[in-house]
Design a protein around this ligand. Structure first.
Ligand SMILES: Cc1ncc(COP(=O)(O)O)c(C=O)c1O
Length: 373
């Protein structure tokens, strides 16, 4: 066989890429041609599958990113302190409580690894956001999944009952993904306090900003009291920076250093600059919450008009029962230009739809009307 020169390789791979994108274009055009409703050109799918914020990043954040582009030839360390300080001020703790992570997913994974390593037992609700458990299991952790109650709430009694001397971590997701449920304040506080006497409590607060219950507490308040609690937060949701991969953990300084030791890499300058500006941009934060409420009300109205059951949500998504087999339902939605969340076993009768722009919400409404007509 003739060796392929670099020039030939570039030409061949260019051709392959061109034909692949042509195929993709053709199949997208074909499926659009079948639809009486034409979604926006160039944006055929309303992506309501991943709980993103379609309005981000804010103009201020974009400007901050562009202003710092020239320095990405340098390693990012000098920007770290400024962001750590900004987050520490926002959370009301000192900098040594904060662990910067690549999205909160890295925070979940390093906590799972640090505590679940080699046979540590982890207790978690089911279903929930599983990154921590899946990763820890790969490193030898044993996972106890405690089904949510019939009202789709965390079974806190069942979870507490499962704690034993091998339990290294108990995972709470509040509000929970995919159910959108919020644990009542007093139940949450007393559960975390009691469990933290026996094991490490991890509270995933990815959707905390969307909670509208007045004065609802972040479990960072327990970290401040010196309890064995770790809280994760993210810049992917209300701040609209999912693609930049920025998140952080709040933990007592001893635990924070253990977690830092297990980080895989470190976050980059652009992400850090963006996150710092996002924290300061209160106008965009308020705007995002307002738009999320508007979109969520629209989803509720669509589901109400079709008589479909849903969970009132404390997040930027709604969990509802389509009364159809989920695989077929998702395919139908896609046909009408809407991408919904994946199935969340064991609750396979439920579907999860994220909030989007109002145009996307209308796309969802039209899709649903077509499917149920
Ligand atoms: C509950 C929960 N935690 C964490 C994450 C991870 O988000 P990220 O890694 O973008 O911070 C998600 C993402 O959807 C989530 O739903």
């Amino acid at each position: 066989m003739q060796p392929v020169s670099r020039r030939d390789w570039l030409r061949l791979s260019g051709l392959a890429l061109a034909s692949l994108s042509l195929q993709q274009k053709l199949s997208a055009t074909e499926s659009l041609a079948e639809q009486p409703f034409m979604p926006l050109p160039g944006n055929p799918m309303a992506r309501l599958s991943s709980n993103e914020n379609p309005y981000g990043p804010s103009e201020r954040v974009k400007k901050a990113i562009i202003d710092k582009m020239d320095v990405v030839c340098r390693y990012p360390f000098s920007y770290q302190d400024e962001l750590l300080q900004a987050i520490a001020d926002w959370e009301g703790v000192s900098k040594d409580h904060i662990v910067l992570t690549a999205g909160s997913t890295e925070g979940l994974k390093i906590a799972g690894l640090t505590l679940g390593w080699k046979g540590g037992e982890i207790i978690a609700p089911d279903p929930t956001f599983n990154s921590l458990m899946v990763y820890a299991e790969q490193f030898g952790a044993k996972i106890h999944k405690i089904p949510v109650t019939p009202s789709l709430d965390h079974d806190l009694v069942g979870m507490a009952a499962k704690i034993n001397e091998n339990t290294k971590l108990i995972f709470v997701c509040n509000p929970n993904n995919p159910t959108g449920t919020l644990i009542p304040e007093n139940d949450l506080r007393s559960f975390c306090k009691q469990a933290a006497e026996k094991t490490t409590v991890f509270v995933d607060e990815a959707y905390f900003d969307f909670i509208t219950t007045p004065d609802y507490p972040s479990m960072v308040e327990l970290v401040k009291q010196g309890l064995n609690v770790i809280v994760s937060r993210t810049f992917s949701k209300v701040y609209g920076l999912a693609g930049l991969r920025m998140g952080y953990l709040v933990a007592n300084p001893v635990m924070a250093s253990k977690l830092i030791a297990n980080r895989v890499a470190f976050v980059g300058t652009v992400g850090m600059v963006a996150a710092k500006e996002a924290l300061a941009d209160k106008a965009f934060y308020a705007f995002s919450l307002l738009k999320n409420k508007e979109a969520k009300d629209h989803i509720y109205a669509t589901l109400d008009s079709l008589g479909l059951v849903y969970m009132p949500s404390h997040t930027n998504f709604v969990f509802f029962k389509p009364k159809k087999e989920l695989g077929a339902f998702n395919k139908e939605l896609e046909k009408w230009g809407v991408q919904a969340g994946r199935p969340f076993p064991p609750l396979i009768e439920w579907s999860r739809i994220s909030t989007g722009t109002m145009e996307e919400m209308q796309q969802f409404r039209i899709a649903m009307q077509k499917i149920y007509s």
